[in-house]
Design a protein. Sequence first.
Lengths: 10, 215
Amino acid sequence: GSTGAVHDEL
Amino acid sequence: MNIFRLAGDMMHLFSIIVLLLKINATRSCRGVSLKTQELYAIVFVCRYLDLFTSFISLYNTTMKLIFLLSTFTIIYWMRFHKVIRVTYDREQDTFRYQFLILPCFLLALVLNNEFSAMEVLWTFSIYLEAVAILPQLVLLQRTNNIDNLTGNYVFLLGSYRALYILNWIYRFMTEPNYRQYLVWISGIVQTIVYIDFFYYYIRSWRNNEKLSLPA
């Protein structure tokens, strides 16, 4: 399924 | 946000400010690789698509917008500014960056955490950033008189990468379940790319000589 990762680094 | 991450981001920010100031003050982009700037533009556009989908913090959004805007400003100057574009080392800046873009994209299609458009493009940006400085380093090698600001620009960029490694170590030790192998490996590769430059930069600084890279 979709993890929908949030990437918090630039 | 830890001190290494903040320091890394600030180095990244300073590097871009140094480049903007240099080009704007001297009305010259001599020694600056348009190819590297265009690669960064691709990196930022692909990575920051999440500006439209998720809000992380005001800091995060602001930095993303600054990186995008500043990179496009530099590209605009180098391509279209009537005084600056004349100073671009077109004949020296010949790195064929399609040979970086295509493999990075194929790798992102194969090696990613989730096969979705957003995630593949994000992964592509991670791989591409690792090698985006190469045209700039090649151009520096071909430039006899590297001016201080161009040298400082590359040094600040390399420092940003090195600080991000410390940030990852810190986060790994302090945050449960924090791991991102693709980012770490790409980031280590990216930092290794700078090692040679660092060596000559520090040597020229200690010996009080002008920076030059052996071909």
